[in-house]
Design a protein around this ligand. Structure first.
Ligand code: SF4
Ligand code: SF4
Length: 444
């Protein structure tokens, strides 16, 4: 499709009988097809195809909505290739809510399309079982841990045998490490404030992150304690449902949202904290997810008002600056769901600037996706790898020895990239660097 063929609103009437959560005409009409978002779109930059740009995808949504195109394989492929990074939203002068639209389009695709049975079984297992079951996550974590601790991973990576496993072998380096002891042991516990208690907060520790980012979760709790917070790792919490929403499984996400809302509202906290920007973005949109649920609409709005990214919270309460000097050069990669989804760019940079001995080098194109995007780096490993390679080249150019970010998925992707294409830079969440500064200060 050439840009000159683009049809602008008003469109022909929307089809009757579509899925109730299909993209809304109200949203689709907002796009005036100006193309100002194109340069912010990683897939357009990679593939150079209008159909893989935000404008092209919106145009395809319009064609499906008005019955001019079937939601067939080509439509599914172009929408699947979208990272849902929402970089286009930040560039759009017309306020097009692209994140909401891509989620709606994927929900409609899930409704109309029957996947092959192995894919259905696998998806059902991952979304309905694995992500919501601490027992299964611990079992998967144990397997991952043994794979690494036994030396099998080193042998597999060094011997070239991974080539025999096709795509699985190609993406093996992206598998995160399982960090024992898992953070699940801390769920249900309360950690007192250091010094005077100024806030009582809940910590949402995630699902997979309890296994793959256990040390980050511990660091988050310690940093909050150092900032006068009593931290409750609330019992009964569950997966936030972000991966479900991004995959078009909104009903499953709603069930998880209701449970989290009940559990966290019952605690009477000053704030609910997450260190995962991808989760935070969905958690802050629970009111939209449950807007048609009479029983939960108001509760969801109260929950959303409490939800804070850890960097946003710390920058907002006045950071404890009793830290040791670290003597590092750091750069910061924006997490898409923090910068574009939650519009938070200043807070993590403020925290870095407040740390003694940290020289901050701004990263060019810091808010362009690193290719992680949930499970995108697994499903579309070729595009994700190309994005990562370019990202690491820019990071190398800053000369930074520490790469910071604000999302678990980005950190895992960047770590793999720093080892493959970089100079072995350390990759840390911003709160992990803060934790180092507080811990060193206590030792001196
Ligand atoms: S910038 Fe906004 S209005 Fe312009 S093409 Fe992109 S989404 Fe549409
Ligand atoms: S969400 Fe990201 S990948 Fe998808 S169209 Fe927008 S900028 Fe492109």
């Amino acid at each position: 499709m050439a840009a000159s063929e683009v049809v602008t609103p008003p469109y022909p009437p929307m089809l009757e009988g579509r899925h109730p959560e299909a993209p809304l005409g109200f949203d689709l009409d907002k796009c005036v097809h100006c193309g100002l978002c194109l340069n912010n779109c990683p897939t357009y930059r990679e593939l150079g195809l209008e159909m893989d740009s935000p404008r092209g995808r919106i145009y395809q949504m319009v064609q499906v909505a008005t019955g001019q195109m079937e939601p067939g394989p080509s439509y599914v492929e172009h929408l699947d290739l979208c990272l849902a990074c929402r970089g286009c939203e930040s560039a759009c002068p017309s306020g097009v809510p692209y994140g909401r639209m891509i989620e709606a389009a994927r929900t409609e695709i899930e409704w109309t399309r029957k996947r092959p049975w192995p894919a259905r079984v696998l998806r059902r297992f991952i979304f309905n079982r694995l992500l919501v079951s601490p027992g299964l996550l611990k079992a998967a974590g144990a397997v991952l841990y043994l794979y690494e601790a036994s030396g099998l991973r080193r042998i597999a990576q060094g011997s070239g045998m991974l080539k025999l496993f096709g795509k699985l072998g190609r993406i093996e380096h992206l598998a995160p490490s399982a960090e024992v002891p898992f953070f699940f042991d801390k769920v249900g516990k309360t950690f007192p404030a250091v010094g005077e208690r100024r806030h009582r907060v809940a910590f949402l520790s995630g699902c997979l992150a309890n296994v793959t980012s256990a040390r980050l979760n511990e660091a988050t709790v310690r940093v909050l304690q150092q900032n006068g917070c009593e931290v409750v790792v609330t019992e009964g919490q569950t997966c936030c449902g972000a991966l479900h929403v991004h995959s078009g499984l909104k009903e499953e996400a709603r069930a998880l949202a209701r449970r989290n809302i009940d559990v966290f509202l019952a605690g009477g906290y000053d704030a609910v904290i997450t260190n995962a920007a991808g989760c935070g973005s969905t958690l802050k949109e629970y009111h939209e997810l449950l807007e048609h649920d009479e029983a939960y609409r108001e509760k969801a709005a109260r929950f959303v008002a409490l939800m804070k990214d850890v960097t946003e919270f710390l920058a907002g309460i006045g950071l404890n600056t009793q830290m040791a000097s670290l003597d590092v050069t750091a750069t910061y990669q924006d997490s898409c769901h923090l910068a574009h989804g939650q519009k938070i760019r200043a807070a993590p940079r403020q925290l870095l600037a407040a740390m003694p001995g940290v020289t901050v080098k701004e990263l060019p194109l810091a808010d362009l996706c690193c290719g992680s995007a949930g499970v995108y780096n697994i499903v579309h490993d070729d595009i994700a790898d190309s994005l990562l390679r370019k990202k690491i080249a820019l990071i190398n150019g800053t000369g930074a020895d520490v790469v910071t970010t604000a999302n678990v998925g980005c950190a895992i992707q960047l770590k793999a990239g720093a080892e493959r294409y970089g100079r072995g830079q350390r990759v840390l969440h911003v709160v992990e660097l803060l934790d180092e500064a507080y811990t060193r200060a206590q030792r001196t």
